[in-house]
Design a protein around this ligand. Structure first.
Ligand SMILES: NC(=O)c1ccc[n+]([C@@H]2O[C@H](COP(=O)([O-])OP(=O)(O)OC[C@H]3O[C@@H](n4cnc5c(N)ncnc54)[C@H](OP(=O)(O)O)[C@@H]3O)[C@@H](O)[C@H]2O)c1
Length: 183
């Protein structure tokens, strides 16, 4: 049975990025310099599904000479997009593109032997939530209000009930809360 998780950082007012896509505010509590469980989380998943906008942002960040390296190691990343992607040679073995709706995408991943999916990107997470296909949500609230931007959550056809699993307060003031989706 394939399972899905979200691991995301948000401003306290619920945004994952500024309107133009910048995620600089995630560093406003030294958050970006601190792992805050990301490596441990990555060890629990075996494949990633990422929206095209998130992929483009990650490429911009790693293209910055002062920026980090590709953050997902050897993990296979499926980039959801309707447009061609010019995948650079060094990422060719890890990046694949797909244009499937959440349910058929999960069936495809399952058929390829994947079991634990990391779902990333605002619109992408929202589409999986609308189809009731998210099992776990880990949100790290960064102590800043940015007033507007790209929201993590959006419209739903019905309420989604969450069970609180645990919360961690980091020294930098970030609060990480883990929920499981109740069905
Ligand atoms: N704070 C955090 O932890 C965090 C985490 C992730 C992302 N972000 C930020 O959030 C921003 C991106 O979020 P976003 O809400 O704009 O969108 P997103 O989910 O990253 O990307 C949305 C795009 O993905 C494509 N897509 C989604 N579902 C698809 C499907 N089923 N089939 C085909 N294509 C599909 C579409 O691109 P097409 O145009 O190709 O149709 C769509 O416009 C970036 O700035 C990123 O850095 C922040």
């Amino acid at each position: 049975m394939i399972t899905t998780s979200v691991f995301v950082g948000t401003s306290v007012d619920g945004f994952i990025a500024r309107r133009g896509g910048a995620v600089d505010f995630l560093g406003s509590a030294d958050a970006i310099d601190s792992d805050m469980g990301f490596a441990d989380f990555m060890a629990t998943v075996d494949v990633m599904v990422m929206g095209r906008n998130t992929y483009d942002t990650v490429i911009d960040i790693i293209d910055d000479p002062d920026g980090p390296d590709w953050p997902y190691g050897e993990m296979k990343v499926f980039v959801l997009t309707h447009r061609p992607v010019d995948v650079r040679p060094e990422l060719a073995s890890v990046v694949e593109t797909a244009a499937l709706a959440p349910e058929p995408l999960l069936r495809e991943l399952e058929s390829r032997g994947y079991e634990r999916v990391y779902v990333d990107g605002g619109q992408t997470v929202q589409s999986f939530l609308r189809d009731d296909l998210i099992d776990e949500i880990i949100i790290t609230d960064v102590p800043v209000l940015i007033g507007g931007g790209i929201p993590l959550f959006g419209d739903l056809d019905a309420d989604i009930r969450l069970g609180h699993v645990d919360s961690v307060v980091f020294e930098n003031g970030c609060v990480q809360t883990r929920y499981r989706v109740l069905r």
